[in-house]
Write a protein that binds this ligand. Structure first.
Ligand SMILES: Nc1ncnc2c1ncn2[C@@H]1O[C@H](COP(=O)(O)OP(=O)(O)OP(=O)(O)O)[C@@H](O)[C@H]1O
Ligand SMILES: [Mg+2]
Length: 434
């Protein structure tokens, strides 16, 4: 453990490494930098090698010469204040604990990705993407819990609120501030510029084995500055989007649970005895919930809330597809409902995509081709192909084969609701005009 306020070798090394990185990026020799910044080459070399303490003036002069935008001065402030680093951050929330079921294959894939990254000496970034409520967060947290011991320098976690109830997603600068404070950087020495915050974060995690869990990313921009860079580090990012703009990352698309795991989820919440006593109703409930963890969880909690509630009664309530989404809402928490989860994705669609979504919702075919969709919206196929790709990237439709798409599970019912609502609006407008 370090004493607060003590500048250690680690601090000096980190500043020196950042200075060297910046200098090499600019292609300037140490001698030339020394001349331009008015310091002796010997002194600068000592600072680069962690053998001498930088001053704020030296950092500012190097910033100016290297066009480093204040990064070195920001890092010098942090270095000189003596970041305590007395214990590594351990920010993982608890997750589902003993209630977590299934996902054996996905957990194995994530383990394999980490092994390969470790073998090749590269940091791992993996994007776990999938439909609303499919269990991305639960899976990411579960995996992080199982591998956290492999990251001795800390585990960081942030909810990026990409699809959360708040109108604006979390600002990456706010997340960086939280991460730096978790590493012991005194709030007073934090730079104000987002770019500098990111630079200080990079310097702090350079050479350290950390795991970063970034939950519910709305876009790639939110994520970039928060990724660790050192070999042996890893980041797991969850998103309802594919985050295609995030290049060079591993990907794990997540689908609904298997029917067996869907029933296992019901069992963990409702109890094995009750579920075992009504096996046919349990199977139907799993199916009616589209094997979607969020829906299963809500259904299961409804049953678990009363010892006399029968599975077959809830199954009968869910039998009518037109009212099923009404049944899959938590009575107390309006935000905790399947429809509310889908709304957050639907409301982020642009006009073209939401129009196509509604029109497809009103179409009775189980599967449509690109040409079918083009006929529905009366737009050129190339145009519609792109819109269908957008819907697929948002996980609101599933690509089942070349040029073929279909709605999966409860999303179909949700799309049908929108189609019916659009028809009603159109009818009332026609009536008003008549
Ligand atoms: N494998 C699982 N075992 C048990 N419960 C699960 C599992 N996966 C998800 N759940 C539960 O289902 C609900 C939805 O899961 P989760 O929040 O992980 O979905 P998500 O895909 O992250 O949703 P969103 O798109 O809104 O971020 C949660 O209550 C979660 O605890
Ligand atoms: Mg989530």
């Amino acid at each position: 453990m370090q004493r607060p306020g003590t500048i250690t070798q680690g601090h000096l090394d980190r500043f020196g490494a950042a200075l060297r990185r910046r200098r090499e990026e600019e292609g300037i020799s140490l001698r030339r930098l020394a001349a331009l910044a008015s310091y002796s080459p010997g002194w600068l070399s000592k600072v680069e090698n962690g053998l001498a303490r930088p001053t704020l003036q030296l950092a500012e002069a190097c910033d100016r010469v290297l066009g480093a935008d204040g990064e070195l001065a920001a890092l010098a402030r942090v270095t000189l204040s003596g970041v305590t680093w007395s214990f590594p951050p351990a920010q993982l929330p608890p997750g589902d604990g003993g209630n977590f079921v299934g996902r054996t294959a996905e957990l194995r894939v994530l383990d394999g990705m980490l092994e390969r990254a470790t073998d090749t000496g590269t940091p791992l970034t993996v994007v776990v993407d999938g439909a609303p409520g499919v269990g991305k967060t639960a899976l990411a947290l579960r995996w992080a819990q199982t591998v956290r011991e492999r990251f001795p320098d800390g585990v960081l976690h942030a909810d990026l609120g990409g699809y959360g109830p708040d109108a604006a997603p979390t600002d990456p600068a706010r997340v960086l501030t939280g991460f730096l404070i978790a590493f012991g950087v005194p709030a007073a020495s934090l730079p104000a510029e987002p770019g500098q915050l990111a630079a200080v974060f990079r310097s702090l995690v350079a050479g350290r084995r950390v795991l970063v869990v970034l939950d519910d990313a709305g876009d790639a921009r939110q994520v970039r500055a928060l990724l660790p860079t050192a070999p042996g580090s890893a980041a797991v990012v969850t998103s309802r989007r594919r985050l295609a703009a995030l290049g060079g990352v591993a990907r794990l698309p997540v689908g609904p649970l298997t029917p067996v795991d869907a029933i296992a989820l019901l069992q963990t919440v409702v109890g094995g005895r009750r579920v075992g006593a009504e096996p046919a109703s349990a199977r139907f409930l799993a199916y009616a919930c589209g094997h979607l963890p969020l829906a299963l969880r809500i259904a299961a909690e409804r049953l678990a809330a009363g010892p006399h509630r029968m599975l077959r009664t809830l199954a009968a309530d869910l039998a009518d597809p037109t009212s099923r989404l009404d049944m899959l809402a938590d009575g107390e928490d309006r935000g905790c409902a399947v429809r509310a989860a889908f709304d957050a994705s639907y409301q982020r669609l642009d006009h073209e995509a939401s129009l196509l979504f509604r029109l497809l919702g009103g179409d009775s075919r189980t599967e449509v081709t690109v040409l079918d969709a083009a006929r529905l919206v009366r737009r050129p196929a190339a145009h519609v192909r792109r819109t269908l790709e957008t819907l697929a990237n948002e996980h609101l439709i599933v690509e089942t084969g070349p040029e073929r798409y279909r709605f999966e599970g409860l999303v179909r019912l949700y799309a049908m609701e929108h189609a019916a609502r659009a028809r009603r609006t159109l009818d009332s407008e026609r009536l008003a005009r008549a």
